[in-house]
Design a protein around this ligand. Structure first.
Ligand code: ZN
Length: 251
């Protein structure tokens, strides 16, 4: 018999133990910077070089780029490696921590893109964020190697942005469609660290449940899907998920 298909929908709560703040929280980015919404809105970003310069400076400081996976990311990767389950991760996070924990990239459906990559808005070239940040910082030891505050695409000169989905952009339809297929066909659907309030991600939990999957919600707050879940666990994710998944791995 083939291994059961186990899907994980992960949100901000799985990465808070990696030191990545949940931006919706009271001390989040949204409340600290009056320009915060412009910084993540496509039209403002494309129209205003000052917004772009500010965005790149923020990316230099973003916790997501230096964060390390925690025990919850590791436990999901370990379940995949064990072969006890056919593991798919659908994530609302852009931090790339599932892949850093060792889950193959083709098993991670990043609904909102990734901060670890940069996209050219003109030619579509995809390059590592790290390379762009090196250009922004420049090198104080090399004369003439000053930083570029708003580095253009090296192939075509176009405007670069992080490979994340900004306000005013649509989700990648191929990624979303694959996520729907996974939700419909899985045997177990874990919703981990997601408030299940942002669509279309949240509706995947309902799709999975209607498709006959066992729905397990692990989150520190109540969610709108708790009532239809088979199991609801309100606890610290990095503490509780490894124990939950080791049951599956050992089966
Ligand atoms: Zn380009």
């Amino acid at each position: 018999m083939s291994a059961p298909l186990v899907a994980f929908l992960t949100g901000a709560g799985i990465s808070t133990d990696s030191g990545i703040p949940d931006y919706r929280g009271p001390s989040g980015l949204w409340t600290r910077d009056p320009d915060a919404e412009k910084l993540v809105t496509y039209d403002y970003y494309m129209a205003d070089p000052e917004i772009r310069r500010k965005s790149w400076q923020l990316r230099l400081q973003t916790a997501a780029l230096t964060a390390e996976p925690n025990a919850a990311h590791e436990a999901i990767a370990a379940l995949h490696r064990s072969g006890a389950a056919d593991v798919w991760v659908i994530t609302q996070n852009t931090d790339g921590l599932h892949q850093l924990a060792g889950l193959p990239g083709d098993r991670v459906l990043e609904l909102h893109g990734s901060v670890r990559w940069v996209l050219c808005t003109d030619c579509g070239a995809r390059t590592p964020m790290r390379d762009a940040l090196v250009r922004i910082e420049g090198n104080p030891d090399i004369p003439g190697a000053a930083g570029e505050p708003d580095p253009p695409c090296l192939s075509c000169g176009g405007i670069l942005k992080a490979a994340t989905v900004m306000f005013g952009e649509t989700l990648n339809p191929a990624v979303l469609s694959e996520a729907i297929t996974v939700a419909r066909s899985c045997q177990v659907f874990f919703a981990v660290g997601s408030t299940l309030q942002v669509q279309p991600a949240a509706s995947l939990a309902g799709l999975a449940a209607r498709g006959g999957a066992r729905l397990v919600i692990v989150n520190d707050q109540p969610t709108p899907y708790d009532a239809i879940a088979d199991t609801v666990i309100r606890d610290r994710i990095a503490a509780v998920l490894p124990a939950l998944l080791s049951d599956l791995t050992d089966r």
